[in-house]
Every structure is written in structure tokens, then in C-alpha cells.
Design a protein around this ligand. Sequence first.
Ligand SMILES: [Zn+2]
Length: 378
Amino acid sequence: MSYVSLDKNSDIILLEQQIDGGMTSPIGELLFSFLDLDLREYADLYHLISYENDFNYNDFKDLCLTYPKTYTEMSKHRRGLPTESSDDDTLRSFAAYFLTENKDTFSDLYEHPFFSFSTSMEAAWYLDYAEIHDQIDFFHFQELFKNLVDFCFLNDDPKLSRLDKESRLFLFSACTPRFRFLFNTKNAFLPYPYSLYSKIEGLAAESLSKLNIGNYKALDILPLLSDSIIDEVSDRSRLLSVGSCNTVFDFLVFEFEAILFKGLDIKRCANCGKLFIPSGKYDTDCCDRIPEGEKYSCKKIMAQKRRKQKVNSDPITKEYEKAYKRMYARISSGTLEKSDFLKWSEDAKQKRDTASQRYSKSKDEKILIDFKKYLENK
Ligand SMILES: [Zn+2]
């Protein structure tokens, strides 16, 4: 089992008690990156093994050929590999290995914290396919949460526009029974980092062996706890209210609800098309990510694009740019002092903005003619 929480800065925290590990991530990033995974091949494989289809020994053999490294690992670690006489359930349980522990593909999925912190992989080892197939339907989860983000944040259907985000979530889950059916997080209270818990647990075990009693009280342990441990416990900022999560679905729900109940917004970036949470006080429709192969963030790229568009579509700005270039060239040719240029450009900018505003309203050619005259443009 793993735990998930929010810290004071609204970062998502994932905790894994087995390995005493943990990680933090800015809110939204884990959810959005999961929705971005390419799970089409996974979906095909999931569908092949699903109960809607007959799955036979030949299908299983095909999988072994398609994913040879996985098959080799499986033969090393699992006994009783299927034979022609194996029943459907055995075949499917072994085939699930190709979904949850594939050595040939799906590394993007496995490296995603929602997967690596979930117990889906362990479950695949110990349980029948029938018991886990619901919780490893990752492609379906993607679809579900893409729809959910759209339903609660992006869609402007008139009916939805009348509802706030919480009401939209309620309506979505009421209309989507499987959504609630899959939901099973429970709340707990744990320290971060988790090592404090293990430390105290270790001391308790030590005390137990010293006291040599079966039923000890927490008070019996107290003498063993140093002041510094008590200080750590008293630092309430370390104690987190956490949701306990087993499945990828649990993590998805937690992060989605955290965004929603914190009153944050989700938008689709007008430049790269990815989802993002707008930050800062300015209204923006672009994210801060730097797209692959680019030097600047989407926000900056879009601002440049819009400036260019504006120059192209607004004749006033076009005239200004023309005059600006001419005047600027005069500095290097020595016919204009830099200070005079600055004075000119400040005045010209003001006149440009006023003229541009008036022109966009009336489209009166006289405004353009007057501005050109002022700039001494031909
Ligand atoms: Zn973007």
C-alpha cells in the first residue's frame, strides 16, 4: 500500500512505506503526465486478454513470440507455465504478466510514479487475473479522466456552465457508476518523511524484546524515545493527512480531487495542447512548459506569435514598425542621437496605441493617414 497527500505548497506527495521512499511533484503534473502516456498498445493487449474475448493457448504462445524478453523472464521466475491443457484462468493470469511486467515495452508506464507506487504489479504476481483486471485497465482510466477533466473544467456546454466544479464532479460520478465503484482510498495520518514512523516502530520492537512482554503499552516505549524524536513528532507540519492508495485509479482520483477542491483551474494550452494549471495572477491560455526542440516556453512562443499577428493585421502597428526601423537605422548612421531616438519612440508608442485603439473601433482611414503623416512615412 502507498500513501498520497498534499503538502503546504500544494505539492503532491507519494509515500511508499515498504521501501521507506517518497517523492513530491507539483500538483497536476503526475495526473497530466499519466494522461499523456501512449497506452494504445497496452489497450490492445488488455483487450486481447479480456473476458469479452476467447483467449486460448495459441494466443498465449503468440504473446511469448511478440515479447521474447518478457517470456524469458517469466520462465525464470514463474513456475508451472501454461500448457495446451491449461484452463482459461491460468492462461489469462500468465498473460497478465505481459501487461504488468513487460520487459520489451511499456517502460513509460512502469516508470510513472502512479504505476510504480501502486500495488498493481504485486497483485499481478499473487492474484488471479479475475481479481486484478479491473485495476489495471489503464487505457480506460485515461479515457475516464480525460472525460472528467473535460466535464469539470474545459467543456462549455450551457448545462454545465450553470454548475460549479464540485457539482460537475457529482454529476459526472452519478452518470458514471464505474467511477465510484473503483474508488477505494481511505484516510490515515502519517509523518513525512516516513522514516520517523519506522524509527519509532523499530524502538517499539526493541522495547518489546527487552520488556519481554506480549502486551505492552505505548507508555512503556516512552522512556526509549529521545527528546529529538519528541521534537520531530511535535512538528505538526510533518504530519500529513494521507489517502491510502493501492491502485493507479486511487492516485488519479486523489490528484484530480485535490486540484478541484483547492479551487485550482485546468486549461488546455493554446500552443502545445497539453493540460496545465494556470499559475500567477494573470489570465493565460498557455503553459510554462518548453516544448521539445524549442528554446522558449509556450507562453513566450504564443506572445511572439500574437505580436507578429498583430503587426500583420493592424496597419497602425505596421506603420509604426516601419518608422521604428528607419529611425533606429539613423542611430548607427550617426544622424540621430540615441537619447533623441528614445524620446521619439516613447512619444510614437503612445500615439500608436491611441490610434490603434481608435482605428480598431471605427476603421476610419483618416486615423491611418494622420498617423502616417505624424511618422513621416511614405
Ligand atoms: Zn504548452
